[in-house]
Design a protein around this ligand. Structure first.
Ligand SMILES: Nc1ncnc2c1ncn2[C@@H]1O[C@H](COP(=O)(O)OP(=O)(O)O)[C@@H](O)[C@H]1O
Ligand SMILES: [Mg+2]
Length: 138
């Protein structure tokens, strides 16, 4: 699927709790603009919130890029989270419900994956992690 970027493209640094809130707000605005349903807006905002928090807590900070995308049939929202943190040694394990190295619920990555239409995680130990998600309007 080739998704071309829309005009809207926002980059938000993630280095504090307030930045996580800003990411949530940017994603909400982009989801409204892409005409996602209220339920789907909430799903993508929730996923983005979990992923932004991981970028902050485990990645040591990083950034989120929020874009409106279109594939000719549908509009959607893409968010790419990236950090230069320690990376993830075992991705399958990290995506397992309940797995956490930080005393959390261990449902952030797995839950986020279920809430979006496209989910891609690229990580290199010692170099960092990138998580890209897309939610399409139905
Ligand atoms: N950006 C990241 N960099 C390094 N490790 C990460 C990152 N995101 C997630 N992880 C690892 O994956 C685990 C699972 O993440 P998650 O499902 O969000 O659960 P939780 O945040 O509750 O620990 C984390 O405990 C951490 O070990
Ligand atoms: Mg988490």
């Amino acid at each position: 699927m080739t998704a071309s970027e829309g005009a809207d493209h926002q980059v938000q640094a993630i280095s504090s709790d307030e930045d996580v809130v800003r990411v949530r707000q940017l994603v909400r605005v982009a989801a409204v603009a892409a005409k996602l349903s209220l339920v789907d807006q909430t799903k993508v905002v929730t996923a983005a919130s979990e992923l932004a928090r991981n970028t902050l807590v485990y990645g040591g900070g990083g950034r989120a890029e929020v874009s409106r995308v279109a594939n000719g049939l549908r509009n959607g929202v893409r968010i790419v989270f990236s950090d230069s943190g320690p990376g993830i040694a075992d991705v399958d394990l990290a995506l397992t419900d309940g797995y956490t190295t930080g005393g959390g619920m261990g449902l952030g990555l797995s839950g986020a994956r279920r809430l979006v239409d496209e989910f891609r995680l690229d990580t290199t130990v010692g170099a960092g992690t990138t998580v890209a998600v897309v939610k399409w309007a139905r």
